[in-house]
Design a protein around this ligand. Structure first.
Ligand SMILES: NC(=O)c1ccc[n+]([C@@H]2O[C@H](COP(=O)([O-])OP(=O)(O)OC[C@H]3O[C@@H](n4cnc5c(N)ncnc54)[C@H](O)[C@@H]3O)[C@@H](O)[C@H]2O)c1
Length: 353
């Protein structure tokens, strides 16, 4: 299968690209590589891991001017990468015209709750305008198998209980980021209804693992602990998260990609559906910090702080729908996942200690 993976330089995008390549799919990755400093360092290192060592050069003016040349992977003839913004209404259709995809995995987005309050427009541009541009391309170029990242944040601060997909109907997002993801689900459903695009929204729950995002707790905390700096513990540690190891996210996503939505099995006969992908095993923040301390061999200095606006107290996935359709239940528990994360963190591969 020939698959477009957007956000391929991102944390989850890199892992999904690797997995699809390893099983023999052809993958075209795109990413706008937004950001600088360590955010960009990590993105270019992830691309190097996929066989694209020169991505940083693409950011130079010359590339920007005639930016539609793809960089081929040095490891695999079945992977190439375009520097492209999914909201670009000239470039994205041109890539679709050239490449003729059979399926799309949309992971490109501004991610993260806290930063969405600082730069809401960037979230709307990437997460809403970008998704609409992508769906327009799918419509024009007749790509009818689309999976796209939503988020557990669409459930808002719903309480300490396992959440089923239908619960979102009675929950309100409490951050700009969450609102963009809920809007994505509604827009994708409209495209499914109007144009028959078979689309699946993926509500990921707090993803962690090797090559993780530098703005998320596992990387933030690991780097602070490793460098003897204090960590910020919000809501005085009274937070629970359904931490999900990235390999489980990849497996769940690819199984759903392989089982496209069918109108007669979806609500209202519209070939759109959403699934939770989470570990179903929420853990208190303190336990998570203890596991990091154990695996990094150092004690954390904790700075206790109040709750942050836009944050939620608990996340907890019910994944029975995913299991019923695909037979897959995420199974990497936190002690094993943190062990694997810490092993990577301490290794030479990690560019951001
Ligand atoms: N990591 C998590 O815990 C988590 C949880 C829920 C949902 N998600 C969603 O999963 C997806 C992947 O998340 P991630 O953690 O890998 O984030 P990430 O930031 O590591 O990856 C996203 C990638 O998309 C790229 N991007 C952003 N806007 C773009 C645009 N307009 N055009 C092209 N590329 C663009 C970024 O440069 C980045 O490389 C996102 O949609 C995110 O909202 C992630």
């Amino acid at each position: 299968m020939k698959v477009l993976v957007t956000g391929a330089a991102g944390f989850i995008g890199m892992h999904i690209t690797k997995y699809l390549l390893s099983r023999g799919d052809t993958v075209v990755g795109i990413d706008n590589l937004w950001g600088d400093g360590e955010i960009l360092t990590l993105k270019t290192a992830r691309l190097a891991e996929l066989g694209i060592p020169d991505a940083a050069e693409m950011l130079e003016e010359k590339w920007r001017d005639d930016n539609l040349s793809a960089l081929p992977s040095r490891f695999r003839s079945t992977f190439r990468f375009y520097l492209c913004d999914i909201a670009d209404r000239m470039a994205l259709p041109e890539i679709f015209r050239r490449e003729r995809f059979e399926a799309v995995v949309n992971l490109a987005a501004r991610a993260g709750v806290r930063a969405s309050a600082e730069d809401p427009q960037a979230y709307v541009d990437s997460n809403i305008s970008g998704l609409v541009n992508l769906l327009e391309c799918c419509r024009d170029f007749k790509v009818t198998n689309v999976v796209y990242a939503s988020s557990s944040s669409v459930y808002g601060d719903a309480g300490d209980r396992p959440l089923r997909e239908a619960d979102a109907a009675t929950c309100d997002p409490v951050s700009i980021y969450a609102a963009t993801k809920r809007a994505d689900e509604m827009l994708a459903r409209c495209y499914s209804q109007m144009y028959g695009i078979r689309a699946t929204g993926l509500r990921f729950f707090t993803v962690y693992g090797p090559w993780g995002r530098p703005d998320m707790a596992p990387m933030l905390f690991a780097r602070a602990i490793y460098n003897d700096r204090p960590i910020k513990v919000f809501n005085h540690g009274d937070l629970k998260r359904d931490f999900t190891f990235v390999d489980d996210i990849v497996e769940g996503t690819v199984r759903l990609l392989d089982t496209p939505a069918e109108a007669d099995k979806c609500d209202g006969g519209i070939p759109h559906r959403v699934f939770n992908i989470g570990c179903c095993n929420p853990v208190m923040l303190g336990e998570f910090i203890s596991l990091l301390e154990k695996n990094l061999g150092k004690k954390a200095q904790k700075e206790m702080l109040p709750m942050q606006p836009g944050d939620v107290h608990h996340t907890w996935a019910d994944t029975s729908a995913l299991q019923a359709l695909t037979g897959f239940k995420p199974g990497v528990l936190l002690p094993e996942g943190i062990r694997r994360f810490a092993e990577w963190f301490l290794s030479e591969k990690n560019p951001l200690k």
